[in-house]
Ligand binder design. Sequence first.
Ligand SMILES: NC(=O)c1ccc[n+]([C@@H]2O[C@H](COP(=O)([O-])OP(=O)(O)OC[C@H]3O[C@@H](n4cnc5c(N)ncnc54)[C@H](OP(=O)(O)O)[C@@H]3O)[C@@H](O)[C@H]2O)c1
Length: 245
Amino acid sequence: MARFGLIGRPLGHSWSRTYFTARFRRAGEAHTYDNFELADATALPALLAGTPDLVGLNVTIPFKQAVIPLLDAVDPLAAAVGAVNTIVVRPGHTTGHNTDVEGFRTMLLPLLGTERPRALVLGSGGASRAVVFVLRELGIKFRVVSRSRERGDLTWDMLDPVVIRACPLVINTTPLGMHPAVDGLPPLPYAAVGPRHLLVDLVYNPEETRFMHEGRTRGARVCNGLAMLHAQAEASWRLWSAVLA
Ligand SMILES: NC(=O)c1ccc[n+]([C@@H]2O[C@H](COP(=O)([O-])OP(=O)(O)OC[C@H]3O[C@@H](n4cnc5c(N)ncnc54)[C@H](OP(=O)(O)O)[C@@H]3O)[C@@H](O)[C@H]2O)c1
């Protein structure tokens, strides 16, 4: 039996524990998966010291970048992305990985087919970095929207109908609309959204966010982050299984 878990804050929205608990049960494994809500990423070393049977951790909002300097090693992909969402724990040694890249790629490719539309990426945090990595890989031109001029190409007040019409792919990587604050909505000029658009939300709880609703009711295709959640979780599991083998 091995122990796994999730670090972040808050964790009430996350389905990772439910996902892995069901997965372990189906496989007849006695492994456990717990939520560890940390006040700050710097609490990670104390968590590892106090939980010596931990084999793996997932990392969620808002620690994907903050954990990097606290780890013993970071694999080349996670280093290139600049964000860690999976930690492999061996005795006395932690390695950071990024499986959000695989998760997002797995979700996006079937939605795009052979199309490579211009994209707007809402938010500049840990998940945004994985999204941007995949868009570059696919040769998709994109702009990042941030509250800060330093972290993005555009700020929210610059999003007029012309920008929205020029970007048929809009990807929400902010937590706006995530449970329990389900009324949250990225502030876009939604009147410019139409049937040419694909609105992808990384949020998966609730199943249909307000962002998706605004798109769907204007004829856009919409998708939540559930397929990404499953694909990144399976990729995390493959990394942890290598330790157990
Ligand atoms: N489906 C999946 O598998 C999956 C995987 C990863 C993440 N996610 C979801 O994606 C979301 C982001 O996760 P994350 O780990 O990237 O978090 P994060 O590192 O905290 O980044 C979120 C970014 O969103 C922007 N943001 C935050 N609050 C905002 C607000 N009130 N208004 C406008 N922008 C705001 C910020 O960008 P600026 O500071 O530049 O404005 C921030 O850096 C969460 O809802 C998470 O559950 C889902």
